[in-house]
Write a protein that binds this ligand. Structure first.
Ligand SMILES: [Zn+2]
Length: 226
């Protein structure tokens, strides 16, 4: 924006800004007191580390599913994937298409449907086979997700119906299964492997045993660790 013309005249916008500034300055009364530095995040103007920490969250929004993500027994990389999934930030076909980026024409796991995260984690027939295989293995009392709820809502409702001592384990195995579906999808696209529910089920069960053996809380309550 130009401020003034070659003759030094203010533009209309600059004149308005000048007038606005002038109005603000009218109410300021200067004194002989020396200037002081005041911390705006405490009532008394004194800096504290806790007020600084709390200020970091100003304007942030919280997810009602944060506990499902961050309190599971899964490794941090898996939790971070779930966080990205919860805010729909994974690079699935629908998102790539919106950005004009190269993408597969359809879901690579079923070749029947457009790929979106909800489809990949819950709605795909391939995913249903995986969920059925995993839940019948470790939590047979939990019904296979039918696609009416997204992943975290389904997990939340499943946790409400399972015994207390199994909740942490279900939360962890669900995180592992969702993450494994994502990795399998990536391997199909980038490593050109053929989708295989049998091999993916084997990988998930092996990983679950490894996590349990490594001390992932709750998993040993729902699977047999030898
Ligand atoms: Zn699919």
């Amino acid at each position: 924006m130009w401020i003034s013309d070659i003759h030094g005249h203010l533009s209309p916008a600059a004149a308005l800004e000048y007038f606005d500034l002038w109005c603000h300055l009218q109410v300021i009364v200067l004194s002989q007191e020396p200037d002081t530095i005041s911390w705006r995040w405490t009532e008394n103007g004194t800096y504290s580390a806790s007020s600084c920490y709390n200020a970091l969250f100003t304007g942030s929004t919280s997810s009602k599913h944060w506990r499902l993500i961050w309190k599971s027994g899964a490794p941090l990389s898996v939790k971070f994937f779930l966080y990205l999934a919860s805010v729909n930030r994974c690079w699935t076909t629908d998102r790539l298409e919106r950005r004009g980026l190269p993408h597969e024409p359809a879901c690579v796991l079923c070749s029947q449907h457009d790929e979106a995260l909800h489809h990949l984690l819950i709605g795909c027939v391939f995913s249903c086979i995986i969920w059925h295989g995993i839940l019948s293995w470790c939590c047979p009392e939990i019904p296979v997700p039918d696609g009416t709820l997204d992943f975290l809502r389904w997990l939340s409702s499943a946790l409400d119906t399972i015994a207390m001592e199994k909740r942490r384990g279900l939360s962890t195995i669900a995180a592992l299964t969702a993450w494994s579906l994502w990795r399998h999808r990536n391997a199909v696209i980038f490593d050109k492997i053929a989708p295989s529910s049998a091999s993916l089920l084997m990988v998930i069960k092996d990983d679950a045993r490894s996590w349990a053996y490594a001390g992932a809380k709750g998993l040993s309550n729902i699977i047999l660790v030898v």
